[in-house]
Each structure stands twice: as structure tokens, then as C-alpha cells.
Design a protein around this ligand. Structure first.
Ligand code: PBG
Length: 335
């Protein structure tokens, strides 16, 4: 704890002296936001030359594979280390058990392969969960109103191996089934993917801030009930530490806290306790709130976005998944 010498009081001490000019503020600043901290999420759809705006997320689009490649190139050229892919599959391919997730040539696998070929040195992260593929919008197998844990894991393991085989660098299970990190790690080992990283969505809360994402992947109207039996209760802190400890012991290389701004305390405690690479997801609802405020001239574009992201750095994040990635890249490269 900082000890204040009782003799060092005003006017000997004037905190404003170090803030007097831009160069001085830069000199004493404690945290920085760098493009190396950013992971860009991308929603991919079938077709070519397609850009489809997502109405609840102003400025964010679903795009076809050719355009995903352009985005990946942009990220690589400007210095963003990795992208996170989310497939938006045709409604007719959604099913009770999400079986499209296990097709070797499905949208996500083709996207991963194309990016690997065109932009080999960008990190590719992809989601492991069933919700983009199920007709009920849940992340797992639904039976008699229950999400079946172990049966879901069997599918997630195959999904993870398939994506790793397509060239995915970081497998990111966002499903919150118990024990899936250990089982996925084991499946990757057995199949020869020893170098595939796992970023576990370890502390993922059952949040009302995911609405625009569910819109984006077309699961919003389908979702039956809520995800409270597998995602975490927003009232809990200790449970998050327990979740993270388990995922680390099961073989996660990196862990994620999600959502971001409403859970800064969790991020801070997790990073302080475990000291492993810790990421945060500034989710769709957070994005939409800020983006809509900017659009309506309620918040200033430049400062509000960076302020929302530097908060994560202060709290200890190694990196941030944010839909502002492209905007931040443009802003930071202008300085
Ligand atoms: C689902 C998944 C969700 C998000 C990422 N993966 C939504 C959910 O759990 O319902 C949300 C991301 C966001 O809101 O930006 N596996």
C-alpha cells in the first residue's frame, strides 16, 4: 500500500504538476493500449462479395469468406495479432443436435482453411459451442428441457479436433459445460494437435448483454428459455475463481472473462490470483451501447472507445476481444 508521508502535503504536493501537458501525461501514464492487445471478432456467412449489416450492432457486418480474408489481411498488416471467427449458418442447416458443426466442409472449416492459406501468419481463434448450429439456440444438447453436459462434451471434442485440423490456432470453448477443457485437451493430444492452444471462456456469466450477438448469429428468436443452468450467476465472485482454477488445471493455456465492463472486478481478481494469460470479451451489448451513444452524438467517438478499453488494461487483461477492433486500429495508427 502507498504510504503518504504526512509532511508531504499541499502545497509541496500538487498532483496537477504531472498532468500539466500532453508530453508529461504521456511520460507518467501507467497503462497503454496497443494493437497487440486486440482480437478482432468476425461474423462469417456463405456466399461471396457479401456484406450484411447487423442492425443491433451499428458498424458491424456479417461478411462472406472473401471479405473475411480481406479483413484478416488488414489485421495482419496493421498489427492485430488474432481474429475470432463466428459462423452464421443458413437457418435450414440448424438442427436439434447441431450436427452441421461436425461436417468437415462446413462454413467455419472452409473459412479457417482459406484464411490459413491467404494470411498464414495471423492467429485464428474459433468458437467451440453448439449455439450457432442448434435450432433451439442452446450451446449444448437439449433433452427434456435440460442441457446434457457429457453428451455435449463428446460433440465439442469432435468439433474442436475438426477446427484444429482445418488450421485453427486457438480453440475457444464458450459453452460452459463442466469438464470440457480436460476432455478437449485430451482429444487434441490424441489426434496430434499438441500445439493447438485453448482459450477457455472460464468465467462466462449468464448475461443480458449477449442479445445483439444472438441476433448476429440468428439464434435470438430461437432461444428457448435462458442459459442460467450452465453460464454463471452474475451475483458470484468466488465461483469465477473456482471455474478458472478448474480450467487451468484441465489444460487451458489462456482464460477469458466475459462480459467485460460489468465484470472488471472479476478480471482483476482472476489476474491477481492466477497470473496466467487472461483475456476479456467486450461483448456485443457493451459494443452496442457505446456505438449507439456515439452514433447519436451522446459520447465522443475517439475518447470513449479507448477509455472503455484501457479499463481492461488497468484491471490486468493481456488482451481484449472487441468489436471496436477496426476502429481502434484506425485511431491508434493515426497517432
Ligand atoms: C455462444 C457465444 C455467445 C457469445 C459468444 N459465444 C452468446 C451466448 O452465450 O449466448 C456472446 C458474445 C457477444 O455478446 O459479443 N457460445
Amino acid at each position: 500500500m502507498l504510504k503518504i508521508n504526512p509532511n508531504r502535503t499541499f502545497p509541496n504536493v500538487r498532483m496537477r504538476r504531472n498532468r500539466k501537458s500532453n508530453w508529461s501525461r504521456r511520460l507518467v501514464s501507467e497503462n497503454y493500449l496497443n494493437l497487440s492487445d486486440i482480437i478482432m471478432p468476425i461474423f462469417v456467412i456463405e456466399g461471396s462479395n457479401i456484406t450484411q449489416p447487423i442492425l443491433s450492432m451499428p458498424g458491424i457486418n456479417r461478411i462472406s469468406i472473401d471479405r473475411v480474408i480481406d479483413k484478416a489481411k488488414f489485421c495482419y498488416d496493421i498489427g492485430i495479432p488474432a481474429i475470432a471467427l463466428f459462423p452464421v449458418i443458413d437457418q435450414s442447416l440448424k438442427s436439434e443436435d447441431g450436427s452441421e458443426s461436425l461436417k468437415e466442409n462446413n462454413l467455419i472449416c472452409r473459412t479457417i482453411k482459406s484464411i490459413k492459406k491467404a494470411v498464414p501468419h495471423i492467429g485464428i481463434m474459433s468458437d467451440v459451442a453448439l449455439d450457432p448450429y442448434t435450432n433451439h439456440g442452446h450451446d449444448g444438447i437439449l433433452k427434456d428441457n435440460e442441457i446434457l453436459n457429457d453428451k455435449t462434451i463428446d460433440i465439442l471434442c469432435r468439433q474442436a479436433v475438426l477446427q484444429a485440423d482445418a488450421g485453427c490456432d486457438i480453440i475457444a470453448p464458450s459453452d460452459m459445460m463442466d469438464g470440457r477443457i480436460g476432455r478437449i485437451r485430451n482429444a487434441l493430444e490424441i489426434e496430434g494437435f499438441q500445439k493447438t492452444q485453448i482459450m477457455s471462456y472460464a468465467a462466462k456469466y449468464s448475461s443480458s448483454f449477449y442479445g445483439p450477438f444472438r441476433d448476429a448469429v440468428g439464434s435470438a428468436n430461437r432461444l428457448k428459455g435462458d442459459k442460467k443452468t450452465y453460464q454463471m450467476d452474475p451475483k458470484n465472485t468466488q465461483e469465477a475463481l473456482h471455474e478458472v482454477a478448474l480450467d487451468i488445471s484441465e489444460g487451458a493455456d489462456m482464460i477469458m472473462i466475459k462480459p467485460g465492463l460489468p465484470y472488471l472486478d472479476i478480471l482483476f481478481q482472476v489476474k491477481s490470483s492466477f497470473k496466467i494469460p487472461t483475456f476479456v470479451y467486450q461483448v456485443s451489448g457493451e459494443y452496442s451501447m457505446i456505438a449507439n451513444a456515439i452514433k447519436n452524438n451522446i459520447l465522443p467517438k475517439k475518447d470513449s472507445i479507448i477509455e472503455s478499453l484501457i479499463a481492461f488494461k488497468r484491471a490486468g487483461a493481456n488482451g481484449i476481444v472487441t468489436y471496436f477492433a477496426e476502429e481502434v486500429a484506425l485511431q491508434l495508427s493515426k497517432r
